[in-house]
Design a protein around this ligand. Structure first.
Ligand SMILES: [Zn+2]
Length: 117
């Protein structure tokens, strides 16, 4: 009989963007929705992580459809994977990432989002 996995002891982490103001109109960003939520398994612990997406709610702003997420949360694990970055780097040879459509992280505009070969 298959046992149900119990992650009730996992550390709960909630992330919001590192910036509080819209970079286009300088109005406060508002929480919009949960960007993603997953359990992440690192070498030290299990984390139950929630990343909130924020948007500019200023009706006069040109970028109200743009979403902002935490860069720190994005760097905890690869997209679609639950293993922490530290786990992957311990068990595998280095993976050479390639840029995915040269999309920039919307939080600070300086980090590329990579797709694994
Ligand atoms: Zn704005």
């Amino acid at each position: 009989m298959k046992k149900t996995k119990d992650y009730s002891r996992a550390k709960q982490l909630y992330f919001k963007p590192e910036i509080n103001l819209c970079p286009h109109c300088s109005q406060p960003l508002k929480r919009s929705h949960i960007a993603w939520q997953k359990s992440i398994f690192t070498l030290k612990e299990t984390l139950h992580t929630t990343s909130y997406a924020y948007k500019c709610k200023n009706k006069n702003c040109k970028n109200t459809k743009e979403t902002y997420r935490s860069t720190e949360a994005e760097l905890l694990s690869l997209k679609h994977y639950q293993f922490g970055i530290d786990t992957i780097s311990q068990n595998r040879p280095p993976i050479l990432p390639r840029p995915l459509n040269h999309r920039r992280n919307q939080t600070n505009g300086s980090v590329l989002i990579y797709d694994i070969l």
